[in-house]
Design a protein around this ligand. Structure first.
Ligand SMILES: Nc1ncnc2c1ncn2[C@@H]1O[C@H](COP(=O)(O)OP(=O)(O)OP(=O)(O)O)[C@@H](O)[C@H]1O
Length: 317
C-alpha cells in the first residue's frame, strides 16, 4: 500500500521582499483504496503541492514522500506514480501512440502497455493522429493514458475532468473508482464540484496554501452546511408561525412548497404532529458539495466572485 505523505510541507516563491507562500505547513496523508478530491480556490496551492510531490519543485521546508520515499529517489518513478499535470505536455507533432511509446521506452515499460492504455482511455481509434489535432478532452484522455502506462499504485491527476464531455465524465468516474477499488491511491484536483462529489470518498481542501479540511466527502458536506427542510402543508400560515417561534425562517419555494431553514424533517414533523398542522410532504434538503465548499472557502478565496451562486438539491436524507 503506497501512501502520499506530506509533513510540514511549505513552498515559498519570490524574493525576500515579496514572498508568496504557495504551500503553508501542510501535513496530511493521501490514503490508498479511495479517491481523494483535492479542492481549493484558484491559487490555493494544489498544483504546487503536486509538483512538490513529483520533485518538480523543491520545498522551502518540510517533506513530501510517496511510499515513504522521496520521488526523486524512486528507481522507476512512472511505475510508482502516474501523474497528469498538464494536458498539453505531449509533443504536438507526435502521434498519441508515438508519445506513449516514447514514454514507455524511456521508462523501460513493455510496449504492449501502450495499446492497453490507449484502449483504456478510449483513444485507440485516434492513436495515429498527431496530438496537435487533439481537442482538450482528447488531450486529457491521452494524459491519463500516460499516467496509467506504468500500472502505478499512485495516481495524481490535476484537473483531469477539464474539457471532458458528459460521456468523458462517466468514463473518468468509473476509471477512478476502479483504480481506488484495486487499492491504489488516487488524488484528483478539480474545480468541478458535481464531478468531485460523484467520485471522491475523501477531500483535502486548501485555502491560501493551508489545509482547511481533511475529511470524508459526506462529513464535509454535513459539517459545512446548515440543515434545511422542504415542506408542503395544508396550513402554511400556522406552520410558519410555529417555525418562527422556534427561530426557523420559512420561505416560499414555489410549486406550493416551502423551505424551513435550520430545521430537520424530524423536527418539523414532530412540531406539526403535535400542533395538528397537516403536512403533505416533508423532505430533508441535502446541501451540495458546492454549497459546503463555498461556505468553507469564502474567507480564503483569492479570486472569489462578488456573490457566488448557491444551489441546493432535494435529496432524501
Ligand atoms: N513558479 C512560480 N513562481 C511564483 N509563484 C508561483 C509559481 N507557481 C505558483 N505560484 C504561486 O503560488 C500560489 C499557488 O499556485 P498554484 O498554481 O499551486 O494554485 P492552484 O491551487 O493549483 O490554483 P488553480 O486552481 O488556479 O490551478 C499562487 O499564488 C501562484 O501565483
Amino acid at each position: 500500500m503506497t501512501t502520499i505523505e506530506l509533513t510540514a510541507l511549505t513552498k515559498e516563491y519570490g524574493s525576500r521582499r515579496t514572498v508568496t507562500r504557495a504551500v503553508d505547513d501542510l501535513t496530511c496523508t493521501v490514503e490508498p483504496g479511495r479517491v481523494t478530491g483535492f479542492l481549493g480556490p484558484n491559487g490555493a496551492g494544489k498544483s504546487t503541492t503536486m509538483r512538490l510531490v513529483l520533485g518538480l519543485d523543491r520545498p522551502t521546508c518540510g517533506t513530501a514522500t510517496v511510499g515513504g520515499r522521496d520521488y526523486t529517489t524512486l528507481g522507476s518513478p512512472l511505475r510508482t506514480v502516474g501523474a497528469l499535470l498538464d494536458a498539453h505536455s505531449a509533443h504536438p507533432s507526435r502521434t498519441a501512440r508515438d508519445h506513449l511509446r516514447h514514454l514507455a521506452a524511456s521508462n523501460r515499460i513493455p510496449a504492449r502497455r501502450v495499446d492497453e492504455v490507449l484502449e483504456e482511455a478510449g483513444i485507440a481509434s485516434v492513436a495515429g493522429r498527431r496530438t496537435r489535432t487533439f481537442s482538450l478532452g482528447m488531450r486529457q484522455r491521452l494524459g491519463i493514458a500516460a499516467a496509467l502506462l506504468g500500472d502505478p499504485p499512485v495516481l495524481m491527476l490535476d484537473e483531469p475532468a477539464n474539457g471532458l464531455d458528459p460521456e468523458g465524465f462517466v468514463w473518468l468516474r468509473r476509471l477512478l473508482r476502479r483504480l481506488a477499488g484495486e487499492g491504489r491511491t488516487v488524488l484528483m484536483s478539480s474545480h468541478l464540484m458535481n464531478e468531485t462529489s460523484a467520485v471522491a470518498d475523501h477531500l483535502l481542501v486548501l485555502g491560501r496554501g493551508r489545509l482547511l479540511a481533511d475529511v470524508g466527502t459526506s462529513a464535509f458536506i454535513d459539517r459545512n452546511s446548515a440543515p434545511r427542510v422542504q415542506v408542503r402543508t395544508g396550513d402554511p400560515v400556522r406552520l410558519r408561525a410555529s417555525m418562527a417561534a422556534r427561530g426557523h425562517a420559512m420561505r416560499e419555494a414555489g410549486g406550493g412548497r416551502w423551505t424551513v431553514e435550520g430545521a430537520t424533517a424530524e423536527e418539523v414533523g414532530a412540531v406539526s404532529a403535535r400542533e395538528g398542522i397537516p403536512v403533505l410532504e416533508l423532505t430533508d434538503l441535502r446541501a451540495s458539495l458546492e454549497d459546503a465548499y463555498l461556505a468553507l472557502t469564502a474567507a480564503s478565496a483569492q479570486f472569489a466572485a462578488a456573490s457566488p451562486p448557491t444551489t441546493t438539491s432535494p435529496q432524501e436524507a
